[in-house]
Design a protein around this ligand. Structure first.
Ligand code: ATR
Length: 276
């Protein structure tokens, strides 16, 4: 029987994961089936159980089930443990469910390997303090930035996150007003403000000369944040590469082989382009 994988979400029809994993399967010569599965908002656990009973080997988990997936995993990687969320589950041969979080590795690979932006020794600013940001802080700190500042509309949430990760590197939390007079080499938008077409209230001079701006969101058009950053002289990149790289890491966890990502990213980019 062909090995079965899926992504759970609600909604899930928009997910690009089936296309990405089908491409990875083709590129690596692995025969597998990967489906999008809509789980009812109140019964992710039931959907997961049914999938495992069918012989499902592993799954991705997207909004709003990542925290529930974390709770249902019998064993969690260290990065998933700290993230408080699991986006990749593996049905272990020992019958146990292994939980990991590949979002942060996806972000770091896209920044460092695909965009050529080193984080070591840099002043890094992360905007937002929700689940998306919590999921990426461990891998960001592992790159040894000179400092990592988390800024959030609700300052207390940024301070709490910084305290949670203080043992992993130089990290602090603040409200947006606390950024006055500070400059950063790399600014990563992890707020959901882009979804509403809004811009976090940033001081105009927060970007150091030659700064790099990254938005964890993506779309056919640059987000308001990326438009703002480009207008202030920064190089910019959206989160489409992070999506592909987190998928590649999940594929590696399941199949023990790392698929090439550049061609898949280029195809997704072309399909997103407004000229299509
Ligand atoms: P996610 O899972 O995407 O991280 P979340 O946990 O609801 O979603 O977090 C959303 C984040 O975006 C929060 O940091 C939120 O700020 P608050 O903690 O102050 O609510 C931030 N956010 C949402 N809309 C925003 C806006 N218009 N301007 C600035 N920050 C915004």
């Amino acid at each position: 029987m062909t090995d079965l994988y899926c992504v759970f979400g609600n909604p899930v029809a928009h997910s690009k994961s089936p296309v990405i994993h089908a491409a990875f399967a083709g590129l690596t010569g692995h025969a597998l089936r990967y489906e999008a599965r809509l789980a009812p908002a109140d019964d992710f656990a039931g959907s997961l159980c049914a999938f495992l009973a069918e012989g499902g080997k592993g799954c991705n988990i997207t909004v709003p089930f990542k925290e529930q997936a974390w709770a249902l995993a019998a064993v969690r990687s260290r990065r998933a443990e700290k993230a408080g969320a699991v986006n990749t589950l593996l049905a272990g041969k020992d019958g146990r469910l292994y939980g990991d979080n590949t979002d942060g590795v996806g972000l770091v690979r896209d920044l460092v390997q695909n965009a050529g932006v080193s984080l070591a020794g840099k002043r890094v600013l992360v905007l937002g303090a929700g689940g998306a940001v919590r999921g990426v802080l461990s891998p960001l700190l592992a790159e040894k930035p000179a400092c990592l500042v988390v800024a959030n509309r609700t300052a207390g949430k940024a301070e709490a996150l910084a305290a949670l990760f203080a043992d992993e590197g130089s990290i602090s939390g603040t409200g947006f007003t606390g950024l006055a007079g500070q400059q950063f080499d790399v600014v990563i938008n992890g707020t959901s403000a882009s979804l509403q077409g809004e811009l976090p209230p940033l001081p105009a001079d927060v970007l150091a000369p030659g700064a790099f701006a990254y938005d964890m969101m993506y779309g056919a058009q640059p987000t308001v944040f990326l438009q703002w950053a480009a207008a202030h002289g920064a190089d910019t990149r959206d989160g489409l590469g992070m999506l592909v790289e987190q998928a590649a890491e999940a594929f590696f966890i399941w199949r023990n082989v790392r698929p090439p990502t550049a061609g898949v990213l280029a195809e997704l980019r072309a399909a997103l382009s407004p000229e299509q």
